[in-house]
Design a protein. Structure first.
Length: 432
């Protein structure tokens, strides 16, 4: 969508000049990719995310808005010093919502009190009569992922149709901490957000309570931190639904009477029209689990170990324990010497420095020890989940032929004269 906006030489003037660009990314590159370093921000150029009938900046002249902007203006001493919203949290939420966007720090940004602006591309121009309802719905959707913490720090200027904003500027003493970034995605579906008829941030003014004690068992940050740790521990071997059920159970038992997902200070936890409190709590839990899982998945991807590499093995020695993509290559169904069912799986490493290496893992069925069968069933269950293939019997594991998954490759030291080997240590169910 073509983006039309206006610029001013400074915030002091009311005269605007209409500008046009072909995309949100080109707008980012024109004004927000590199900071203008100034002692006084008042010397900086400003832009307005709207076009005007006359070249004078006021609400009555606005034709439409082609981008949506939220100005996050966090301040120390307001009751949330130990619970500031980080840029990374906002980026995670925007990525989860799959919205095209860019974020840039403002002139007054500091590490102790992050201040920044969120710029989102809508699917079509937003007209004055619908502007606030659409923006409120966008803000509510975004704040759902951040536990309602944006509302307390957002500048209400987003309600002003003709609001001007400084372009990307930084103070000389703080320029090293200035940052901006663009992420592709879909434009925000304006008509869908309009249907929400949201009043978020329009009727309710956030009133912070007393500073919370971060003790692990008390305080909202302590509860969410504890639940997030559980997600981190389960992410490699449990599905999203299993993780959500587990943290919901922990919250109901360990935080009984003070449940995180029933805490009404967070808008995400409040029942919607026709929704019970229990249903609202479960919905909130699912959003929480999905958001934190996706955040961890992106961190896995940034490690670079999941890029598929097709090459021949450079060594036949056993590999150290590490995580990598593996592919199921072949299956040998020859029974054990005692006649027990068994399948020897041949696996190839497909990513990282050990790409091309082969290793083997054996699973056992009837006619073997109960312990061997139990361990094998656990591995097969994880293969089933990782490949999304139903596996009810030992032979079903062969359905995974040619499939690629992420796994923990375990190093087994050699014993009794046998060489060291590798086998599957675990399978990652949430890192693809």
């Amino acid at each position: 969508m073509t983006i039309k906006y206006s610029t001013q030489k400074s915030a002091a003037t009311g005269y605007v000049t209409t500008q046009t660009t072909d995309s949100l990314k080109s707008l980012f590159k024109a004004h927000f990719e590199l900071p203008t370093v100034l002692v006084e921000k008042t010397n900086a150029k400003t832009f307005v995310p709207a076009t005007f009938r006359l070249p004078t900046r006021n609400d009555s002249n606005v034709i439409s808005s082609s981008v949506i902007i939220f100005d996050i203006d966090q301040k120390l001493g307001m009751g949330y010093d130990d619970d500031m919203v980080a840029l990374e949290e906002v980026e995670d939420a925007l990525l989860d919502l799959n919205l095209e966007h860019f974020v840039y720090t403002s002139h007054s940004h500091t590490l102790a009190a992050p201040r920044f602006r969120i710029v989102i591309a809508p699917s079509r121009p937003v007209f004055p009569e619908e502007h606030n309802a659409i923006c409120a719905a966008m803000l509510e959707a975004l704040d759902d992922f951040i536990d309602g913490r944006l509302l307390r720090a957002i500048d209400p200027c987003w309600r002003t149709l003709s609001q001007c904003y400084y372009v990307y500027t930084a103070h000389p003493e703080r320029k090293d901490h200035a940052i901006s970034f663009y992420n592709p995605g879909n434009p925000a579906d304006v008509d869908d957000f309009k249907l929400h008829q949201s009043m978020y941030g329009l009727e309710v003014e956030y009133k912070p309570g007393a500073p919370r004690k971060v003790t692990g068992q008390t305080g909202a940050r302590g509860r969410s931190y504890e639940l997030n740790r559980i997600i981190g521990g389960m992410i490699t071997s449990s599905s999203q639904d299993e993780i959500a059920k587990r943290i919901f159970e922990v919250d109901n038992i360990d935080h009984a009477g003070n449940e995180y997902f029933r805490d009404m200070q967070y808008p995400r936890n409040r029942p919607r029209l026709g929704e019970s409190q229990e249903a609202a709590a479960w919905r909130s839990c699912q959003i929480f689990a999905k958001s934190h899982i996706n955040s961890l998945k992106r961190k896995f991807r940034k490690q670079g170990d999941i890029k598929i590499v097709n090459k021949k093995a450079e060594s036949a020695e056993a590999m150290p324990t590490h995580d990598a993509m593996i592919q199921f290559r072949s299956f040998n169904t020859k029974p054990t010497k005692s006649g027990g069912e068994t399948i020897l799986m041949e696996l190839q490493v497909m990513s990282g420095e050990h790409a091309g290496r082969h290793f083997w893992h054996r699973v056992y069925g009837n006619g073997n020890s109960e312990m061997a069968i139990t361990i094998s069933n656990s591995v097969i269950s994880k293969i089933s989940k990782a490949t999304n293939i139903e596996m009810k019997a030992l032979q079903d594991v062969m359905k995974a032929s040619g499939k690629t998954v992420m796994a923990r490759i375990k190093h087994k030291p050699g014993t009794n004269g046998f060489k060291a080997q590798n086998e599957i240590g675990d399978l990652h169910l949430n890192t693809m």
